[in-house]
Design a binder for this molecule. Structure first.
Ligand SMILES: C[S@@+](CC[C@H](N)C(=O)[O-])C[C@H]1O[C@@H](n2cnc3c(N)ncnc32)[C@H](O)[C@@H]1O
Length: 203
């Protein structure tokens, strides 16, 4: 029987599979963070679905970063992140119900939003409750309609919720939530791999 996403990722820490995500996601994440931070002066940052916190640790080293927070629903991911990095903030919460005490300048997320029953609700929640005016949301997705090799993942990973949506559906979620300047592009496309779909917009 398939299991809920957070339950599966919690067990990945014990299996050491969280480290593989850093390796597989780093090319796209570098592209996304470089795009999102290039014009920022002092900025506060949240990684939504931070896993073991590798992006939080990396972004916190950017000189203009004044605070870096990671949020993830998997207890073992957050426990590992806190043990590796006592400096930054790591919070074990469900993304759909948690909000920061202070809104931030940049929210990033890699390979998370399609694990939600209704990703559009999370995009709206982040727009309304996490972001300052003019702040940016940027997300990366490898599981989407135009990347056929990814379509078998729900069976292979045994995960109960994985929303297979098209590029235009994702883009519309951003526009409907109220984001301006919505853009999307692919990173790392090669034969049999359409690349990471990046979506971004500002409030
Ligand atoms: C594929 S992993 C990606 C982790 C990290 N972004 C990375 O690139 O290494 C997806 C993560 O999203 C988290 N997640 C999924 N749904 C969530 C939810 N509703 N609330 C909080 N975390 C969630 C999982 O626990 C998991 O750590």
């Amino acid at each position: 029987m398939k299991k809920a996403p957070i339950e599966v990722f919690d067990s990945w820490v014990t299996l050491g599979k969280d480290e593989g995500m850093q390796k597989n996601h780093s090319e796209a994440v570098e592209n996304m963070i470089s795009f999102a931070t290039k014009k920022l002066e002092k900025f506060s940052f949240i990684d939504a679905g931070c896993g073991n916190g590798w992006v939080v640790r990396s972004v916190s080293k950017i000189p203009n970063c004044i605070s870096a927070t990671g949020v993830d629903g998997a207890f073992n991911m957050i426990d590992k992140a806190k043990k590796e990095d006592p400096q930054n903030n790591y919070i074990c919460e469900n993304l759909l119900t948690w909000s920061p005490k202070e809104k931030v300048n940049l929210v990033h997320s890699m390979e998370v939003f399609y694990y939600l029953e209704n990703p559009e609700a999370l995009i709206q929640h982040i727009y309304s409750n996490w972001l300052k005016e003019n702040a940016r949301l940027i997300i990366g997705l490898d599981f989407y309609l135009e990347n056929p090799i990814s379509h078998s993942w729900p069976e292979e990973c045994g995960i109960s919720i994985m929303q297979l949506l098209s590029k235009s559906t994702w883009k519309n979620f951003f526009i409907q939530a109220g984001f301006k300047g919505v853009e999307s592009w692919s990173v790392g496309a090669k034969e049999n791999w359409s690349g990471t779909l990046v979506l971004t917009g500002t409030k």
